[in-house]
Design a protein around this ligand. Structure first.
Ligand SMILES: *[C@@H]1O[C@H](CO)[C@@H](O)[C@H](O)[C@H]1NC(C)=O
Ligand SMILES: *[C@@H]1O[C@H](CO)[C@@H](O)[C@H](O)[C@H]1NC(C)=O
Length: 186
């Protein structure tokens, strides 16, 4: 399954880069998050009490770059109304506070365009993976899985060797095997 996903993701990425200039502007966008969840934020998961969670975006200096001038942009978990968001990163969890750092939240014009797609099947025509960040210059996609009554969300990291879902959970990282990926179509 890892191999399949890798194949599909690689196909999606090369389609993107071969087409040159994209033919349309993406439907999704990132608003500054200040503590109030915007009405058009896309609810992507739930906590164990069934409350919705949203996708934030934060920047962290890359520990792989000794000059600390390279930045990774990560999807983070935003629990409804929380000021602190968190993301799996570098075999750990990083936290950012919306009161003293840049925290964005994923918003969409039309939520009906968005579907969670199983990596076991080919992506249908006109569907694209939503890019939610970049790590080591590779795009990050958004995945979700069911864990202990919660729908957890995390990043899908794919390069030419591996692909998988990484979720921040209980202040550590987990790697659910069965997951779906956020896509949209127009
Ligand atoms: C940002 O705010 C949080 C919560 O108030 C605090 O714990 C953290 O140390 C602050 N970070 C910086 C870099 O000031
Ligand atoms: C999941 O929900 C069921 C029913 O509400 C409850 O009995 C169970 O303890 C919950 N499990 C966890 C891990 O929270």
């Amino acid at each position: 399954m890892m191999i399949l996903l890798l194949f599909y993701l690689t196909a999606a990425i090369s389609q993107f880069s071969c087409s040159g200039i994209p033919s349309s502007v993406e439907d999704y966008f990132w608003r500054d998050y200040t503590g109030i969840v915007p009405k058009d934020a896309l609810a992507c998961g739930t906590d164990s009490n069934g409350n919705p969670t949203y996708i934030a975006q934060i920047s962290v200096p890359s520990p792989r770059d000794p000059t600390r001038s390279t930045v990774d942009v990560l999807p983070a978990i935003l629990e409804a109304g929380a000021i602190t968001v968190y993301a799996p990163y570098n075999v750990d969890v990083v936290y950012r506070d919306a009161s003293n750092s840049s925290v964005k939240v994923l918003c969409v014009y039309s939520s009906s365009y968005y579907k969670w797609h199983s990596p076991k099947t080919l992506l249908p025509s006109f569907h694209k993976y939503v890019i939610v960040g970049y790590e080591s210059s590779s795009p990050l996609y958004l995945g979700r899985a069911e864990v202990n009554n919660a729908t957890v969300t995390g990043k899908i990291y794919a390069n030419d060797r591996e692909a998988g879902l990484i979720v921040a959970y209980d202040a550590g990282q987990i790697y659910p095997h069965s997951y779906t990926i956020l896509t949209y179509y127009r």
